[in-house]
Design a protein around this ligand. Structure first.
Ligand code: CP
Length: 312
């Protein structure tokens, strides 16, 4: 029985503020566990969790698997490219066959928006969305919020800019829901063609000027240009995009204050961000990756409803 108000994690949109606060608080406990010489607790030792990836991933997939192993769960990894999906098996048949082998929780990434909510209606175990098309990527937003809070102490009243390909980004949408629920001021910035028309209805500011946005914000989350989701040309060339929206050391040095730089990865180095910035002192990109394991441990622990002392 989930310790959150939801029994699946499909999107941040569905979470209460108290759910997010509980996840972040529990993640702090698990981050402490991960600093110990033995980085494991037996909280989920009675569970088997399936990671179903129908789309490529490095960070999310490894992070979930590590989080599951740190919690003592048995783990099975499924990759669509080497499975019977290639022979025409449907999503529901694939998952029902895996569940028949007594799997207790499913983590899924899929290229179709809505795939996780669809699946959750057909299976009787918790489903966690690891990214569904351009819809949501809830654990990314939770780890981003955790990483910002870790650096600043507070999200309420903070100015956070999300820069780049907002139109195709599940990270942007989940971050907007999460940051707004936690009281941050959010601005999206990018070329007009990559900003959804009615996005201001979500309570975010819209800007097409990078330097003015950087002067405004305390935190800038630089998003990848998702060429794989772009069926038409949204800007003349990557070179032009970089000239207008790419972040480099010179732009950062001209700012009158120090800001935090984030990126969900994978990075297109030299396009949305230079190596100098990605690897520089303003960047918390690898902190985001590190925190992802603790945050995902917290999500799975709470969804599994493990109110016991095995987390210690
Ligand atoms: N941030 C993120 O989702 O990265 P991957 O696609 O590598 O999982």
């Amino acid at each position: 029985m989930s310790l959150l108000s939801v029994s699946n994690l499909i999107g941040i949109k569905d979470l209460l503020v108290s759910d997010i606060e509980e996840i972040l608080k529990t993640a702090t406990h698990f981050k402490e566990v991960l600093q110990r010489p033995i980085k494991k607790v037996p909280s989920l030792r009675d569970l088997t969790i399936a990671n179903l990836f129908f789309e490529n991933s490095t960070r999310t997939r490894v992070s979930f698997e590590l989080a599951q192993k740190r919690l003592g769960a048995d783990v099975i990894n499924f990759s669509a490219s080497t499975s019977s999906v290639k022979k025409g098996e449907t999503l529901v048949d694939t998952v029902k066959n895996i569940l028949a082998m007594k799997v207790d929780m499913v983590v899924m990434r899929h290229s179709s928006p809505g795939a996780c909510v669809f699946l959750s209606r057909h299976v009787g175990v918790p489903v966690i969305n690891a990214g569904d098309g351009a819809h949501e990527h809830p654990t990314q937003a939770l780890l981003d919020a955790y990483s910002i809070k870790e650096k600043t102490g507070e999200l309420k009243g903070l100015n956070v800019a999300i820069v780049g390909d907002i139109l195709h980004s599940r990270v942007a949408l989940s971050n907007i829901f999460c940051l707004k629920k936690l009281g941050a001021n959010v601005r999206v910035c990018g070329p007009p063609t990559l900003i959804p028309k009615h996005i201001s209805e979500l309570g975010v500011q819209v800007s097409h000027h990078l330097t003015e946005t950087l002067e405004w914000c305390d935190v800038a989350n630089m998003l990848r240009i998702q060429l794989e989701r772009q069926d038409i040309k949204y800007f003349p060339s990557l070179r032009e995009y970089t000239m207008l929206y790419g972040l480099n050391g010179e732009i950062l040095n001209r700012l009158r204050k120090k800001i935090i730089i984030m990126h969900p990865g994978p990075i297109n180095r030299g396009v949305e961000i230079t190596s100098e910035v990605a690897d520089g002192p303003h960047s918390i990109i690898l902190d985001q990756v590190e925190n992802g394991v603790a945050v995902r441990m917290a999500v799975m622990y709470l969804l599994a409803g493990k109110r016991d002392n095995q987390a210690n």
